[in-house]
Ligand binder design. Structure first.
Ligand code: BDR
Ligand code: CA
Length: 317
């Protein structure tokens, strides 16, 4: 039986890889993609998503736009660090033809709320950008918070942040929103830097995609090579690029890829530790743990699944 999935992406190189992972997974039925700001503006992310869906023969998947900035801010501009990692166009300056499909009229928030009401336990939501849209869905509908199953990429519990000593990029964009998700959603799996910086890709793998000689293979290789290059500059000790967002999709398919810690979480929103994810001391003794944080990952098995799936998809497109 297939599991229904909605991706909430700020498309983004690793978001693009997450989208490809979902499309390549027979266990999943991608019922829609919601677009957020983050690595890029909402419009750019939505455009990238539509173009990638078309490239991989999935232009029937509807795409919805979410809010274009955090509710605590007046607007949003792409940070220089995001542009450095993902390129101006968000996909490492890899070429993507203009998509023929357009974004839906319905809002991302309405789509999320309606989908949880309709599919309940048969649906998993995988956000891989700032939490603004998911928090808005929680604010819009109490049942969404109660019934949504969320596997999110974001945060860092046992390791430092990647945009500040304490903050991970997605949480950093809208700490209040991620706090809302942790405080109110009843089933959240956090796939943070604790595990995503253990799953690394190198030029050796992207070379295999390029050698396929297909448009899909070329796109994946070009976008990912740009992303690897930014890691060589910013995090040379890692020896590859972090497969953050695809790991969240991998766990949505197969939760046994990670080991988790049950914990009630919060995000600090004040002072120098703004953006830090940590245990919520007020719920320490609450037997009901609303979050599971991935603290271990079967790196070898995930990388094998990742390469098999994406290579199969790219070979056909
Ligand atoms: C996260 O931030 C974004 O740059 C990536 O797409 C990923 O979702 C990693 O911290
Ligand atoms: Ca992302």
């Amino acid at each position: 039986m297939t599991k229904k999935i909605i991706l909430d992406l700020d498309t983004g190189v690793d978001d693009a890889l997450a989208l490809a992972y979902a499309l390549a997974s027979e266990e999943l039925e991608l019922i829609g993609v919601t677009g957020t700001y983050g690595n890029v503006l909402v419009e750019t992310g939505v455009r990238n998503t539509l173009a990638i869906l078309e490239l991989f023969g999935a232009s029937d998947v509807p795409v919805f736009a979410g809010p274009d900035h955090a509710s605590t801010k007046d607007g949003f501009e792409v940070l220089p660090i995001s542009e450095f990692i993902h390129g101006k166009n968000g996909v490492g300056e890899a070429e993507l033809p203009e998509p023929s499909a357009s974004v839906q009229d319905k809002s991302a928030v309405d789509f999320l709320v309606e989908s949880v009401a309709k599919y309940g336990d048969d649906l998993v939501i995988v956000p891989t950008g700032p939490s603004t849209t998911i928090a808005a869905a929680i604010e819009a509908d109490e049942d969404f918070a109660r019934n949504a199953h969320i596997v999110m990429m974001g945060g860092a519990l046992t390791v430092p942040g990647n945009v500040s000593p304490v903050a991970e990029a997605n949480v950093n964009q809208d700490p209040e929103a991620t706090n809302t998700v942790f405080q109110r959603a009843q089933d959240v799996t956090m796939i943070g830097l604790d595990v995503t910086l253990q799953t690394l890709l190198t030029y050796e793998e992207t070379k295999l995609w390029r050698e396929l000689g297909t448009a899909g293979g070329r796109f994946l290789a070009d976008a990912t090579d740009y992303y690897i290059k930014s890691y060589e500059t910013n995090s040379p000790h890692l020896g590859g690029c972090g497969l953050h967002d695809p790991l969240a999709v991998g766990v949505a398919v197969d939760p046994s890829l990670v080991t988790t810690l049950g914990i009630n979480l919060k995000v600090e929103t004040e002072g120098p530790t703004r953006g830090r994810v940590i245990g919520d001391e007020t719920r320490l003794n609450d037997a009901n743990k609303t979050a599971q944080v991935a603290v271990g990952v079967d790196v070898e098995r995930f990388l094998k699944e990742f390469m098999e799936r994406l290579t199969r998809l790219a070979r056909e497109h």
